[in-house]
Design a protein around this ligand. Structure first.
Ligand code: SAH
Length: 219
């Protein structure tokens, strides 16, 4: 089959992005105006490999190299909405990947810390944040199972890789009232939202999902 790579100009990508938000995000019930605004703003086509730019606004996850993926736009919007982000929040993301989820969060909150175990992905994401002028994101290379205790507690934590259960260190790095949004499960996974209360944690289910695993490095 002939290659069908299309090259749009920036206004072409903007049209695709507007259509993505209308049909994939708003039509499916995402209603937080800050989330909708961020999804309209962040140039998703900059976060996918060059050979996939024509698919950047499709209703699907895409490969980003190293066996990893950038999540489907709707899933990014849903996880962001579940987090209930506010302008003064300091949030943590585990699993930087392409950097797209961190970029979306960074348009809503004050500060985003994001941690990635693959140095090459972390490096590329950081470069892109610099290029786009997203200067409220800090990228760390490390093991997200432990969270990022140096800047804890957080107003919210998003994990973009699936774990068999919510890692205890992440729960402990939440402020009271803050949410942890995480896909839980091995083959069959579901998105869960944990909320820290003065007494412990409240756990709410969301939709079934499919994420790459949160890797546990053997020491
Ligand atoms: N949020 C990303 C999608 C990430 S895919 C985006 O918007 O593009 C999941 C990412 O989690 C991968 O990049 C993977 O390398 C990373 N990851 C997996 N296990 C990890 C761990 N233990 N610590 C940190 N990152 C991890």
């Amino acid at each position: 089959m002939a290659a069908t790579r299309k090259i749009y100009d920036e206004s072409g990508y903007e049209l695709l992005r507007n259509s993505m938000v209308e049909h994939q995000i708003v039509a499916r019930g995402i209603s937080d105006p800050a989330v909708v605004r961020a999804m309209l703003e962040v140039p998703r086509h900059r976060f996918v490999p060059p050979e996939l730019v024509d698919s950047a606004y499709d209703d699907t996850p895409l490969p980003i190299g190293d066996g990893q993926t950038i999540s489907q736009p709707y899933i990014v919007a849903l996880m962001t909405e579940l987090l209930e982000p506010k302008p003064d929040d300091v949030v943590l993301e585990v699993g930087t990947g392409s950097g797209y989820q961190a970029a979306v969060l960074s348009r809503i909150v004050k500060k985003v810390y994001t941690i990635e175990r693959i140095p090459e992905l972390a490096r590329r994401a950081k470069e892109l944040f610099d290029e786009l002028g997203y200067d409220n994101i800090e990228v760390f290379v490390g093991d997200g199972w432990e969270g990022l205790p140096d800047f804890a507690p957080y107003d919210g934590i998003i994990v973009t890789a699936a774990a068999p259960e919510a890692p205890q260190p992440l729960l402990e790095q939440l402020k009271v009232g803050a949410h942890l949004v995480i896909p839980v499960g091995t083959f069959y996974q579901r998105l869960w939202r944990f909320t820290r209360t003065p007494e412990g944690f409240v756990k709410e289910p969301s939709i079934a999902v499919r994420f790459v695993p949160l890797v546990k490095d053997e020491i």
